[in-house]
Design a protein around this ligand. Structure first.
Ligand SMILES: Cc1ncc(COP(=O)(O)O)c(C=O)c1O
Length: 390
């Protein structure tokens, strides 16, 4: 083989088993269709609150253009600690237990990379936000999937127990609630049952709770309250404060493992952008309840979409939070979710994400109602027509 060929193929072999995000590629594929209404996005359609933007602007004007403490400004970590405590009754010391990460994504990367060795296993209940899977593989570890589709799209404690027994190499169990893409979450009793199982094993739980503020009709319970000694808690301002582009996440974990996590974070990004930290500080202090208005609006949209989908005879997983509905493709139609979503996009000009983008999600589609009421109305009218003729 010539030098050129070797250079072309000689990349990290762990990447060979990973594909780029099919959510993004499907979204790109349908984006070329004229006049399409997109219910595909995984982010709030609201603007970042004005006072938060102003804090970012002020930070630029005050020349906050320098490196900060790698784990984040201490006042930001204090605000993060206070936010988590006042909302979810969890207790994390800002100096020794919190890292401000580049979105929850940065926390997932730093947390898993700090813990995993080649040969380790990571239990991932699916369907879920897919990112944990490539990061596990990039670390030479193996994802072990638990299909939750037969248990109401919620992790069942007995199934978790059995899987942990069968997989003694498990180092981490991933939990994501409220869940992307299904909108399910645990109530306190259910989470206690999960925590009781986890407690029996020497494993960490990576608890991704980024949608904790977007939960309807019940209170979010954090695993960080029930099982702090084993939990790596992830949160952030992306979903709660409509700040996905600012890239600020929260990682909170037991003191013993933070130095390793902080080291991976430091060697990867040095620190979260200083001006984004200033904006996040404002969001988590003066804007501590900013999510409430947005949540109420999401609920209004959810109720509307739910009533329309029900009229169309489309079943969906009972939504408790997030801004997603996970819908069953009617049995009379193709159960190939890519084929279904492409047809819906081309013929009805409504875009949703194929369930197969999420392991164990085939036969479903994910509809994001983080879209304007007008667009939702238009999409529902178009979809109803499509359902009538198909
Ligand atoms: C469950 C879940 N975790 C993490 C993220 C990424 O969040 P961030 O923008 O804070 O990196 C997402 C984004 O869609 C998500 O759905």
């Amino acid at each position: 083989m010539g030098v050129k060929e070797v250079l072309t193929i000689n990349t990290n072999h762990r990447l060979d088993g990973i594909q780029p995000s099919s959510i993004l590629s499907f979204n790109e594929q349908i984006s070329t269709i004229a006049d399409i209404v997109k219910l595909t996005v995984g982010e709030p359609d609201f603007n970042t609150p004005e006072h938060v933007k102003e804090a970012g602007i002020k930070s630029i004007q005050q020349n906050e253009s320098h490196y900060t403490n790698s784990s984040g400004r201490l006042d930001l970590r204090e605000a993060m600690s206070h936010y988590l405590e006042s909302k979810y009754d969890v207790h994390y010391d800002p100096s020794t237990q919190i890292v401000a990460t580049a979105g929850a994504t940065g926390g997932i990367y730093a947390g898993l990379t700090a813990l995993l060795n080649p040969g380790d296993e990571v239990i991932i209940p699916v369907p879920t936000f897919p990112l944990y899977i490539p990061i596990t593989i990039m670390n030479g570890a193996t994802p072990i999937f638990i299909d939750t589709s037969k248990t109401g799209f919620k992790l069942n404690p007995e199934v978790l127990d059995k899987t942990l027994k069968e997989h003694p190499k498990t180092k981490v169990v991933v939990l994501n609630f409220p869940n992307n893409p299904t909108g399910t979450t645990f109530d306190e009793n259910e989470l206690e049952d999960i925590a009781a199982v986890l407690k029996k094993y020497p494993v960490y739980a990576m608890s991704d709770e980024v949608y904790s503020e977007l939960i309807y009709d019940q209170k979010h319970v954090s695993l960080g309250r029930l099982l702090p000694e084993q939990t790596i808690l992830l949160n952030g301002v992306s979903k709660s404060h409509a700040m996905t582009g600012w890239r600020v996440g929260i990682l909170a974990a037991p003191k013993a493992i933070i130095p390793k996590i902080a080291m991976v974070h430091q060697f990867t990004i040095t620190n979260v952008t200083a001006i984004a930290q200033a904006a996040a500080l404002e969001a988590l202090t003066a804007g501590i309840d900013d999510a409430v208005l947005m949540r109420d609006e999401y609920k209004r949209r959810l109720d509307f979409v739910v009533s329309k989908l029900s009229e169309m005879g489309i079943d969906f997983v009972s939504p408790k939070g997030t801004f997603y509905l996970f819908c069953k493709i009617p049995q009379r139609m193709t159960q190939d979710s890519f084929a279904f979503c492409l047809k819906l996009a081309e013929e009805a000009k409504v875009a949703v994400i194929p369930g197969a983008c999420f392991p164990s999600g085939e036969g479903y589609f994910r509809l994001s109602y983080a879209a304007s009421f007008e667009n939702l109305k238009l999409a529902m009218t178009r979809m109803a027509k499509f359902m009538e003729v198909n």
